[in-house]
Design a protein around this ligand. Structure first.
Ligand SMILES: Cc1cc2nc3c(=O)[nH]c(=O)nc-3n(C[C@H](O)[C@H](O)[C@H](O)COP(=O)(O)OP(=O)(O)OC[C@H]3O[C@@H](n4cnc5c(N)ncnc54)[C@H](O)[C@@H]3O)c2cc1C
Length: 390
């Protein structure tokens, strides 16, 4: 116990001295992309935290982590939150493919990939979905054909978030097309800086293009970059999805546990937009919804915390689906409530402050689609958590 207290003090002092003022409070968190320029504060914070192994605090030191115990990890997060320090690094590198390699990669893969991921040297995209394979992911048809020491990749991925700025992509591809659909798939690491990989932005109605179509035409991957065994990609890919869902649920190894940060500001926001009588929200229906939202949010945070402690800072298994889903539903509920409370102002679609409420409400709709839809999570919870029959 005394050691933990010492650790807390040392951590507090170190963060106080080393976290630049510009890396505190809300702001963009780097995800490793070499195409996104970092400001000085973010770069310094990333370098200092990486040098200490605290971009991936629970990873072993040989792979760029600090080997922290679950108790130390919790203290580190508490102390970062105390000064509002932003996570130094996030993204699919530290949150999805890194933990997957740590668990299922070969020693050689761990040594080659993990230290760079821990230092944010390259951003990752995720190549799972295809035009004919979303919820039914095992229907994917992208092919990877062995030629000597390489695989030649051909196919088309869709909804690849951030692919236009990513340096690498992990893909699920068919290495044995004659096998039944859940077999003969492999998870392969691919360098995106090559002529065989083309990224086409998908323009959304808002004008933004966070998604892409990613085309592979005779793209090349090293045969040593198949993770978890050739033709074993269904198992490896599903485990990676658990890491993804854990991240969506606010549980990850990059030191950014927490999820939505504005729970305590929700009453204030509601007060700004709705009629207040004698210091109280006048509309009883809005009052009741706010109470429900706050109760659910607190329950979500406590569950999140319990799951983190139970899994000793690593991603939970099927429970990740439950925490992801309840978190997403509560976030959507909060946005719905804000929109409702803002009345006709919530219909604005310009640059006014309230238009951000409308935009957030729309954006949050994606929470129950990305990383597996609500219905798919419910199916997993029914089968794998509750043990109900198929
Ligand atoms: C914000 C966001 C980011 C994303 N980023 C990525 C990314 O980086 N990389 C990537 O590979 N993909 C990404 N995706 C794609 C995402 O994984 C898919 O959209 C998702 O898996 C659903 O697939 P689909 O869109 O093909 O819908 P479909 O699978 O066609 O589903 C349509 C509807 O049918 C329902 N349905 C389907 N099957 C069942 C079933 N068995 N039981 C009950 N209901 C069912 C679904 O719940 C849904 O409501 C992203 C999606 C979003 C929204």
């Amino acid at each position: 116990m005394a050691n933990l207290e010492e650790f807390r003090e040392e951590t507090r002092d170190w963060i106080e001295i080393n976290c630049p003022v510009g890396a505190r409070g809300p702001g963009p968190v780097p995800w490793g992309s070499t195409k996104v320029k970092l400001n000085d504060a973010s770069r310094e914070w990333l370098e200092r935290m990486a040098n200490r192994g605290w971009t991936v605090p629970s990873w072993p030191t040989e792979y760029g982590g600090a080997g922290l115990s679950a108790e130390q990890y919790k203290i580190l997060i508490d102390e970062l939150k105390r000064v509002n320090a932003r996570p130094p690094l996030t993204g699919r590198g530290v949150n999805y493919i890194g933990p997957t390699l740590l668990e299922l990669g070969s020693d050689d893969q761990k040594a080659r990939w993990l230290p760079g991921i821990a230092r944010g040297q390259g951003g990752w995209a995720m190549g799972y979905s295809e035009p004919g394979a979303g919820s039914d992911l095992a229907s994917l048809s992208m092919r990877a054909t062995r030629r000597g020491d390489h695989y030649i990749l051909n196919g088309r991925k869709i909804w690849t978030s951030d692919a236009m700025q990513a340096d690498y992509i992990f893909v699920l591809a068919r290495t044995a097309p004659d096998q039944p659909k859940h077999r003969g798939i492999s998870l392969i690491l691919v360098d995106m800086q090559q002529a065989g990989v083309q990224v086409r932005p998908i323009r959304l109605i808002s004008g933004a293009s966070p998604f892409n179509e990613t085309l592979f035409e005779d793209a090349i991957a090293d045969a040593s970059d198949v993770v978890g065994g050739v033709d074993n990609g269904w198992t490896v890919g599903k485990r990676l999805l658990q890491f993804e869902r854990s991240t969506h649920a606010g549980i990850n190894t990059s030191g950014s546990q927490g999820g939505r940060s504005d729970a305590s500001t929700m009453p204030k926001q509601i007060h700004r937009y709705t009629r207040i009588v004698e210091g109280r929200i006048a509309d009883p229906a809005i009052r009741a919804r706010l109470i429900r939202y706050e109760q659910n949010d607190l329950a979500q945070r406590l569950t999140q915390q319990r799951v983190i402690e139970e899994t000793r800072a690593h991603a939970p298994g099927f429970a990740s689906s439950a925490v992801k889903l309840t978190g997403a539903l509560n976030n959507q509920d909060g946005d719905e409530l804000l929109l409702h409370a803002s009345g006709t102002q919530g219909l604005e679609w310009d640059t006014s402050e309230t238009s951000e409420i409308t935009r957030a409400w729309l954006r949050q709709k994606a929470l129950t689609i990305a990383g597996g839809t609500k219905e798919i999570q419910l199916n997993i919870i029914a089968k794998r958590v509750l043990g109900l029959p198929d």
